[in-house]
Design a protein around this ligand. Structure first.
Ligand code: NAI
Length: 247
């Protein structure tokens, strides 16, 4: 599956940032793309950009944190596209604060959007993937899910949870020819990280051996590899994409 022609890919949280570039990259390599986001800002423009690659493309307003909504969305995608070969669980949020000041709401929201969403969507594609005896699931974790980060206890816990989930799914579904891997991006320049103060950004960058922030394309390229047959013997892994930051 190095050319994705005729393959159907779902990308969650793709209205902007890393998800958007993942969607465009798969379309460039011939995949049909069903993308979701919590709101439909930029949907029309993205659908148009994706279709320009000559593939089928459609956006779905969907709350990945909501179990029923996620199942309804996948059911609709299956109706529209016929099958799903690749699921990329990308949707995520931050609600950073020191633990002393972190509210229960901010804990619950981050766990729901970042971690429960991965369960919701993976469960929704499971049956069709098992029936087809093939499938690839890629979950967006983070380097802070491996190493932790002060001020991000909720986010780091959600991203660490994704890693445990990924390894379990790999073990449970390997016999069905379903692979499941996680990507742990480091510091990637998007609107999410655009919220950070300049001195924090500079401090992060100084620690990166490749001396630059990552781009959404760097992460999308890793997704492409993990979705393709080039990685057909790789499952249950966490691929760090961080310019060497955590080495
Ligand atoms: P972003 O904030 O630019 O984009 C996230 C997208 O997810 C947005 O379009 C947002 O509307 C959507 N979204 C939020 N809640 C949703 C929900 N309940 N249902 C569906 N969609 C929802 O973030 P970015 O930077 O593109 O991050 C993408 C993923 O990569 C996230 O999971 C993030 O945690 C992860 N990541 C990002 C890093 C970075 O440095 N930017 C580093 C490590 C991981």
């Amino acid at each position: 599956m190095n050319n994705f022609k005729g393959k159907n890919v779902i990308v969650t949280g793709a209205a902007r940032g890393i998800g958007r570039i993942i969607a465009l990259t798969f379309a460039e390599y011939g995949a049909n793309v069903a993308f979701t986001d919590i709101n439909d800002a930029h949907f029309a423009a993205l659908e148009q950009e994706l279709s320009a690659f000559g593939v089928q493309a459609k956006g779905y307003v969907s709350n990945a944190a909501d179990f029923e909504n996620s199942h309804d969305t996948v059911a609709q995608i299956l109706k529209d596209f016929g099958s799903v070969e690749v699921l990329i669980n990308n949707a995520g949020i931050t609600k950073d604060n020191l633990l002393m000041r972190m509210s229960e709401q901010d804990w619950d929201a981050v766990i729901a959007v970042n971690l429960k969403s991965v369960f919701n969507l993976t469960k929704a594609v499971l049956r069709p993937m098992m029936k087809a005896r093939q499938g690839v699931i890629i979950n967006m974790s983070s380097v802070v899910g491996i190493g932790g980060n002060a001020g991000q206890a909720n986010y780091a816990a959600s991203k660490a949870g994704i890693i445990g989930f990924t390894k379990s799914v790999a073990k449970e579904l390997g016999s069905r020819n379903i692979r499941c891997n996680a990507i742990a991006p480091g510091f990637i320049a998007t609107e999410m990280t655009g919220k950070l103060p300049e001195d924090v950004v500079k401090e992060w960058q100084a620690k990166i051996p490749l001396k630059r922030a990552g781009t959404p394309q760097d992460v999308a390229n890793a997704c492409l590899y993990l979705a393709s047959d080039l990685s057909s013997y790789i499952t249950g892994q966490v691929m760090t994409v961080d310019g060497g930051m955590t080495v």
